[in-house]
Ligand binder design. Structure first.
Ligand SMILES: *[C@@H]1O[C@H](CO)[C@@H](O)[C@H](O)[C@H]1NC(C)=O
Ligand SMILES: *[C@@H]1O[C@H](CO)[C@@H](O)[C@H](O)[C@H]1NC(C)=O
Ligand SMILES: *[C@@H]1O[C@H](CO)[C@@H](O)[C@H](O)[C@H]1NC(C)=O
Ligand SMILES: *[C@@H]1O[C@H](CO)[C@@H](O)[C@H](O)[C@H]1NC(C)=O
Length: 410
């Protein structure tokens, strides 16, 4: 497997922990929010690693890139409309322990997180937002509209899904705009039965504190596997930065800091150790790494310049992670309209990440499309041997009885 694989979750996964400011004097209300932030970050990290493992498993030998934070926010947003066990499944799937944290605290946590992430900064471009596209004439519950607006700062757009191509363009163009053109086609397909689409987007751009000099970037070998080698533009730098050699797990960590003090953690497993390392990706490992990273002089750091992209449909993977009911006719999304007749048809995710001499640019979006449950459609296909009996109504006499094993035979 390519050593680039593990990069996927770093940026957005760590940002949820890291973008929170430290050492500021806070009011009581903020202090309570901080407690929620911590519980939220810890659950989000757990979810990030679980999702990573599923994506890596499903995409062997491919680059993996996604924004766990975007998926978490989109599903939490969806949970505003869920009730009963459908709701429990989503929140537990997002790794919240519902004996320790209440639903209202979770939403308040996301509300606070969104406010924190969107705080203007001159060192960092970061924007995170939500939107919903609502079928014209669909009556949403006032409570859902208000919570979507207040807790998830969601914009709302009236949409005619009867023209699915136009609706798809509207949504994809919105996402493209919010991600500075990086996520071009979030939805590949939308059905005319769609009545509601929820969207989350993230855009991130930051500069390295210590930049690489493009003059020193040279073509070099990258070992995709034992047998396959490719040529990549390899950047190089001599710097002092947090470093840790993890003997226990057999990997080397380098943390590169942005001018905003956020950072990217690069994890290089020893040769042949990628799978072992992936299995050990749990919040506890991340905590141990955080404590162990110490500034060290690295005389020669070689890092490829790269640009990777992905597009996933997450239905199956979320099902694996225990979020099942939303996709079936047992779904209870009655918190959206008051009626229990909605079902999730797709959860799609797109992400892109560029790392170069200057810094990092990343974008991601998650879309959830919701349809009205179709009336039960029954299909019976006589496409194998069958019996036939023709019965006269008045006398109940069987006038013909037969077996058709091959309709093309005389
Ligand atoms: C949830 O929290 C309770 C109380 O802290 C704990 O006993 C339980 O094991 C936790 N459940 C899970 C699935 O972690
Ligand atoms: C996004 O939309 C805004 C407002 O309509 C526009 O000013 C801006 O140029 C657009 N950005 C991109 C990248 O398309
Ligand atoms: C790599 O090469 C070895 C020996 O040349 C071969 O046995 C093995 O199947 C190759 N592996 C892949 C993934 O191509
Ligand atoms: C980053 O951290 C350094 C050292 O703690 C501090 O001096 C600097 O102001 C911070 N920069 C930002 C943008 O927060």
């Amino acid at each position: 497997m390519s050593p680039l694989l593990a990069l996927g979750l770093l940026l957005a996964g760590l940002c949820s922990v890291h973008c929170l400011p430290e050492n500021v004097v806070v009011k009581e209300q903020d202090r309570r929010a901080r407690v929620d932030d911590h519980a939220l970050a810890s659950s989000n990290t757990d979810f990030a690693f679980s999702l990573y493992k599923q994506l890596a498993l499903k995409n062997p030998n491919k680059n993996v890139i996604f924004s766990p934070l975007s998926v978490s926010i989109a599903l939490a947003f969806l949970s505003l409309g869920a009730r009963g066990s459908t709701l429990t499944e989503i929140l537990e799937g997002l790794k919240f322990n519902l004996t320790e944290i209440q639903e209202t605290e979770i939403h308040r946590g996301f509300q606070h997180l969104l406010q924190t992430l969107n705080r203007p900064s001159n060192q960092l471009q970061l924007s995170v937002g939500n939107a919903m596209f609502v079928q014209e004439g669909l009556k949403l519950l006032d409570k859902f509209i208000e919570d979507a607006h207040v807790l998830y700062s969601s914009e709302a757009f009236s949409t005619n899904f009867g023209d699915p191509e136009a609706a798809k363009s509207l949504i994809n163009d919105y996402v493209k705009n919010k991600t500075q053109g990086k996520i071009e086609e979030l939805f590949k397909f939308l059905s005319p039965e769609t009545v509601l689409v929820l969207v989350n987007y993230i855009y991130f751009k930051a500069q390295w504190k210590t930049r690489f000099d493009p003059k020193h970037t040279e073509q070099a070998e990258f070992h995709v596997s034992k047998n396959e080698t490719v040529e990549v533009p390899m950047m190089t730098l001599d710097l002092k930065t947090p470093y840790f050699r993890d003997k226990e797990l057999g990997c080397t960590l380098v943390e590169l800091t942005y001018t905003s003090n956020d950072s990217a953690l690069f994890i290089l497993p020893d040769e042949g150790k990628m799978q072992d390392l992936e299995a050990k990706l749990i919040p506890e490992t991340l905590r141990r790494w955080r404590e162990s990273l110490h500034p060290s002089r690295i005389h020669e750091l070689y890092l490829p310049k790269f640009s990777i992209k992905s597009n996933y449909e997450l239905n199956d993977i979320l099902f694996q992670l225990g979020i099942k009911k939303i996709f079936t006719d047992a779904a209870d999304l009655s918190g959206v309209t008051g009626t229990r007749n909605l079902v999730v048809s797709q959860v799609v995710h797109g992400a892109a990440l560029d790392v170069d001499e200057e810094g990092t640019e990343g974008a991601a979006a998650t879309g959830i499309s919701i349809e009205k449950l179709a009336f039960q459609r029954t299909t019976v296909r006589f496409d194998r041997p069958f019996l036939i009996a023709i019965v006269l109504k008045d006398t109940q006499s069987i006038i013909f009885l037969g077996k058709v094993t091959n309709p093309t035979q005389a």
